[in-house]
Design a protein around this ligand. Structure first.
Ligand code: ZN
Length: 251
């Protein structure tokens, strides 16, 4: 799918929730969004139509179901990419709840590489207990290859130290950096409010038609565009870090 500007239909379709970036084309990206868990987490299958290879993104709560959805759509799952390592994105214990995630996925599919930013690679291993041999470390502006697709990794610290947004063919998987008319929390261990401000400044430099797919569904609309967020998202209004700190109540 080319990065043609979204139409009103695209925005309306985004609002309906679980969907796929529809195209008859036999090439390009096929991004499937799924929802799981009590916090409205968004899980994704990123498929390359040409090679029929796919990555799973943030496979928590229903990791094996997500894998089955990908293979059911005809894809060969060749790896996992993580926007960050909070338990609701990778699995692990949270508030006494045991969330299935990459550990359960690798128990069934032990050869899958799991890509995570270098700042959270250790945390991933400690939290989930997966083998270091499965871990592939990402850095800022690295390009991941999926079949014929290039996936650009944009380091977005702030919500967590190793947050990554993934951009391919005009589609941005933003994790907990940017939500539809919201942003990720900055009051957690490892959060850095100023860093989130600068990460958001980078994302809003992307073309306005870039589709935004968040780490959580925060309202009726499950996705947006950079241009729409610049218009509607109050957290993107501060132009300086001082204005941002004021807004976030950080002094
Ligand atoms: Zn998070």
């Amino acid at each position: 799918m080319s990065s043609s500007p979204p139409t009103r239909d695209a925005e309306a379709q985004a609002a309906t929730g679980e969907h796929t970036t529809d195209s008859d084309s036999r090439r390009g990206v096929d991004l499937q969004q799924h929802f799981a868990g009590p916090m409205g987490n968004c899980l994704y299958v990123v498929g390359d139509r040409s090679s029929q290879q796919a990555f799973l993104v943030d496979p928590a709560f229903e990791p094996l179901e997500l894998h089955r959805k990908a293979t059911g759509a005809g894809y060969d799952v060749v790896g996992v990419i993580l926007t960050h390592t909070h338990q609701d994105h990778v699995g692990g214990e949270l508030f006494g709840m045991q969330i299935p995630g990459v550990r359960e996925l690798l128990a069934e599919h032990p050869d899958l590489p799991v890509h995570v930013h270098e700042a959270e690679a250790r945390r991933l291993v400690e939290l989930t207990g997966i083998a270091e041999a499965n871990v592939r470390v990402l850095i800022d502006e690295q390009t991941l290859r999926l079949g014929e697709l290039d996936i650009r990794c944009i380091h977005c610290p702030g919500h967590s130290p190793g947050g990554v947004s993934f951009l391919t063919e005009g589609q941005l998987i933003a994790g907990d950096t940017l939500f539809v008319q919201g942003v990720g929390r900055v009051d957690l261990p490892g959060s850095d409010p100023d860093a989130l401000f600068y990460s958001l400044r980078r994302l809003i430099e992307l073309p306005p038609e870039t589709r935004v797919f968040p780490g959580h569904r925060t309202g009726e609309d499950a996705s947006s565009t950079i241009g729409r967020e610049i218009r509607l998202n109050p957290y993107l209004r501060p132009k300086t870090v001082e204005q941002w700190r004021m807004m976030m109540g950080v002094f």
